[in-house]
Design a protein around this ligand. Structure first.
Ligand code: PLP
Length: 417
């Protein structure tokens, strides 16, 4: 980074400040992680210079022999990791991956059935302000009012009523295991395609700690930067090679131009890491840490949506403490803990306020926190919540106390040893 410091000291200074921020706070945003130095290095290579429209062996540019090697390795490793026949590693992001699948399988105006944003789904699953909601007839399912879990019978009823061409399973705030076999049954009943968006749980699936969607879904999409701990990006997988051809055409030339070869190199590195036994231990620790954190939050008087978690994330219902998600997010941030406000199912508050926060353990676990640290983090979060409940106007004393302890904890667990 010497060159960066000389040539662009402003950007270098911002990067340094961001490094310092990441180093000195605890990251609990469930969709974030801390990549290895190797993953980061791969993204800072000369591969960023290369145009490679097309696919390995069939490019529209010369000089692609080495990036072909990289893309082929990324694909082979992903196939091994998820035990499937077809992979496209070119989507620039999770949203692009989902858009490409829709382009491959649907016509504008077709009906899709996905989980609503407020129940834990993603914008790209048919939310009104997104392309998926604007260009398709998007029907949305939620969770059961009784236990806030996915209500498969209700999804089946909606599918029978609306006859979607595509059903989407998966989301951004689902704390419980998803029953992909049941989704397949529903899709078969109405002759729909089933797409599983495993973005959040890809790392759990790669290590066998969440059932795989591969035997059930027509197509699976993911991001590579969440529990999978790779670079920011997307990927599409399937066992149907005919569908794979359509999806390749939808990614390029349908939706994207040149692939980001430096990012694909980093994806390959991350998949290589995820194939090692240490990654399986890492994911087990992510799950143990999430369960521990959820237990402490309940002990200290919050509710957890669905009563707990099977995954890396939980939704904390702040209503027992009379608190709102936006105020809690801000107070926690001042105390050195980063998370996001999040609507809980049937939330009476507006999306910019909310009654909840979403907490996840992937990033903290990557820097080495175990259950002891996460138990302590649960207590520190609860101290901030109790302080805020007592002094809604000024929680600065508790925030400072917690901040001091967090900084000491972070010093013991540097991001990069
Ligand atoms: N799908 C799910 C389930 C997600 O949670 C996300 C991101 O939060 C995406 C897709 C979109 O990924 P990206 O932000 O890379 O476009």
């Amino acid at each position: 980074t010497a060159a960066l410091a000389d040539i662009d000291p402003s950007i270098k200074a911002s990067v340094d400040r961001e490094f310092d921020r990441q180093e000195r706070q605890i990251e609990l945003i469930a969709s974030e992680n801390i990549v290895s130095k190797a993953v980061m290095q791969a993204q800072g290579t000369v591969l960023t210079n290369k145009y490679a429209e097309g696919y390995s062996g069939r490019r529209y540019y010369g000089g692609c022999e080495y990036v072909d090697e990289v893309e082929s390795l990324a694909i082979d490793r992903a196939k091994q990791l998820f035990n499937c026949e077809y992979v496209n590693v070119q989507p620039h992001s999770g949203a692009q991956a989902n858009g490409a699948v829709m382009m491959a399988l649907l016509q504008p105006g077709d009906t899709i059935l996905g989980m609503s944003l407020d129940a834990g789904g993603h914008l790209t699953h048919g939310a009104r302000p997104a392309q998926s909601g604007k260009w398709f007839n998007a029907v949305q399912y939620g969770v059961s009012e009784a236990d806030c879990r996915i209500d498969y019978d209700a999804i089946e009823a909606l599918a029978v009523e609306h006859k979607p061409k595509l059903i989407i399973a998966g989301g951004s705030a689902i704390p419980r295991e998803i029953d992909f076999a049941r989704f397949r049954e529903i899709a078969d009943k109405v002759d729909a395609y089933l797409m599983v968006d495993m973005a959040h749980i890809a790392g759990l699936i790669a290590t066998g700690k969440h059932p795989s969607p591969m035997p059930y879904a027509d197509v699976v999409t993911t991001t590579t930067h969440k529990t999978l701990r790779g670079p920011r990006g997307g990927m599409i997988l399937s066992n149907n090679l005919e569908l794979g051809k359509k999806i390749n055409s939808a990614v390029f030339p349908g939706l994207q131009g040149g692939p980001l070869m430096h990012v694909i190199a980093a994806k390959a590195v991350a998949f290589g890491e995820a194939l090692q036994p240490e990654f399986s231990d890492y994911i087990q620790n992510v799950l143990d840490n999430a369960r521990t954190l959820a237990e402490v939050m309940v002990e200290r008087g919050c509710d957890i949506v669905t009563g707990g978690t099977d995954t890396h994330l939980m939704l904390v219902d702040l209503r027992p403490k009379g608190l709102k998600g936006n105020a809690v997010e801000e107070s926690l941030e001042r105390a050195g803990i980063t998370c996001n406000k999040n609507g809980i199912p049937f939330d009476p508050e507006k999306p910019m306020v909310t009654s909840g926060i979403r907490l996840g353990t992937p990033a903290g676990t990557s820097r080495g926190f175990g259950v002891d640290e996460f138990r302590r983090i649960g207590h520190l979060i609860s101290d901030v919540l109790d302080g805020l409940a007592e002094n809604p106007e000024d929680n600065s004393k508790v925030e400072q106390q917690v901040r001091d302890e967090i900084e000491n904890l972070c010093k013991r667990f540097p991001l990069y040893r």
